[in-house]
Every structure is written in C-alpha cells, then in structure tokens.
Write a protein that binds this ligand. Structure first.
Ligand code: ATP
Ligand code: MG
Length: 251
C-alpha cells in the first residue's frame, strides 16, 4: 500500500429531492488494496460509487485523484481518468455483442491519421481480446457474437467484470459483482479482484457477502443511512463488530 491515497472523497453530500443519500462521506482508497464498502440496503453505497464514476455529481464535497481535485462530471471523464466501474445495474448495451460492449466508445481504430469514418475497426482483434478475458473467467457464453440481451444475469455480470479488468488503470469499483454468479464464477471474479489489486489498482468492492469481505478486503468502510459509521480491518475476530456497524445494533 502506498502512502498517498489514489482516490479521496471529502465530505461528500448527495440529495435526491427529500432523500439525503450521502451525508458528509469521506473515504480514501490506496493503490494495491481492496477496500470493502459495506452497508445495508439503501445505505448510500451505490450513490457514492455513481458520484465517483461520473454518473451523479456530488452536491457538496470534493473528489481527488492522486491529490488533485478531479472533475468527473461524466462517466467518460471518469473512465478517462482511470476509474473503471462495474455497476450494480450492469449498464451493458442489450443490442450489442460482448465484444462491442467491451469496446463501446473506445473501439480499437486504425490507422489514427485517417478521418474517423474511414478508420478500419479492428473487429477481429476486439473479438479475440474480449473472448480471451471472458474465457479466463470460466464463464460459458451461448454464443460470442450474440447480443447480450440473450444472456443470463450471471453471464452479463461476468462480461461487465471482464470489461473492467481490461481497462483498469487506477481505481476499479465493483458494485456487487458476484450477486448473480454461481460459486465457481464468483471464485473467478474474486481471483480477478486479487489480480487487479496486485497490478496496483485500488479496488473498491461492494458486497453483502461477509465471507468474501473477510477473505479479500484489506480494509472495510461501513455506511449507514448516508453516513460513514466505521472503518476497520475485516478479520474473522471482528466479524460481529462489522455486522453490528452495518445494521446499527450493539454487538
Ligand atoms: N436516482 C435516485 N433517485 C432518488 N433516490 C435515489 C436515487 N438513487 C438512490 N436513491 C436513494 O438513495 C438512498 C441510497 O441508495 P443507494 O442505491 O445508494 O443504496 P445502496 O447502499 O447501494 O443499497 P443496496 O445495498 O440496496 O444496493 C436510498 O434511499 C435510495 O432510495
Ligand atoms: Mg447499491
């Protein structure tokens, strides 16, 4: 773990009308660590993630990347700044194939000096790379050239996770990446999380699976009703403490 955080959220607030979803949340993430972001349903986890990845803007507070205030007003800007996100609601394009989903908005085009419309899209290369990553996840797809609308929830989730691992540069956020996966596929996704961490990314993992948290996370931050209520090292010994923080009861 390096000394300075790669990502910092300072005193973030977010309101949706009368709902005050984030109430002054601060959080640091470091390269080479898995940070678990925990909390009950409605605690504000996905809202925080969407603010970091450019889907929503914070109403107050700031986000810093490598120490500089970052303007992440669109998902494309956040991705350009090195933040890859697997959203809880997945955000794949139904009518596109897995490879097209992988490269949507950043197609491998060549040569660069030709006008955009004349560029030869390296479709085969994109297919090959997307297929090889998905293959590493040991997820079987019915057909690689079919639109993802025809695929199961777990298959779609695997495609979204695989896509993030290809483009990860700094921060990878996984919002319940194993929620729709079987045991074998979940294990593969967790392997990928370790790999992303070992490659020097800060990985932010949202999950309700306490076993995964204890197995994998170096640190856990707990949100409750839009506030950060605790931060601790997840270990078997303090599992009860973690659960109490999440649900707001005494240990
Ligand atoms: N786009 C939106 N419009 C209005 N309210 C929203 C919106 N997104 C989230 N909220 C509200 O903000 C609060 C936090 O929701 P959020 O999705 O961040 O919770 P979460 O911690 O991700 O929960 P879960 O574990 O169920 O995914 C909830 O009360 C939710 O209803
Ligand atoms: Mg959520």
């Amino acid at each position: 773990m390096s000394a300075a955080p790669v990502l910092s959220v300072r005193d973030g607030h977010k309101r949706f009308g009368a709902v005050h979803a984030l109430k002054g949340v601060s959080l640091d993430a470091y390269r080479g660590e898995v940070l678990a972001l925990l909390g009950d349903n409605g605690a504000g986890k996905s809202t925080l993630v969407r603010c970091i990845s450019g889907v929503h803007a914070l109403d107050e507070g700031e986000i810093r990347l490598d120490g500089d205030v970052a303007s992440l007003s669109t998902p494309a800007l956040a991705r350009g700044a090195g933040i890859e996100t697997v959203y809880q609601d997945l955000a794949l394009f139904d009518n596109l194939t897995p490879a097209q989903n992988f490269y949507c908005g950043r197609e491998l085009a060549f040569p660069k000096w030709l006008p955009r419309g004349l560029r030869f899209l390296r479709a085969r290369e994109m297919d090959r790379e997307a297929a090889s990553v998905i293959d590493r996840l040991k997820v079987r797809l019915p057909r690689f050239d079919a639109p993802v609308a025809l695929m199961s929830g777990g298959q779609r989730q695997a495609i979204a996770v695989a896509r993030a691992t290809v483009f990860a540069r700094k921060v990878v956020i996984l919002d319940e990446p194993t929620a729709a996966l079987g045991v074998r596929e979940s294990r593969k996704v967790l392997d990928l999380v370790r790999q992303l961490r070992d490659e020097g990314n800060a990985v932010i993992l949202i999950t309700h699976n306490m076993e995964h948290v204890i197995d994998l996370a170096d640190r856990a931050v707990v949100l409750r009703q839009g506030r950060k209520v605790g931060e601790l090292k997840p270990e078997r010994a303090n599992q009860q403490e973690l659960v109490s923080l999440i649900v707001g009861a005494e240990a």
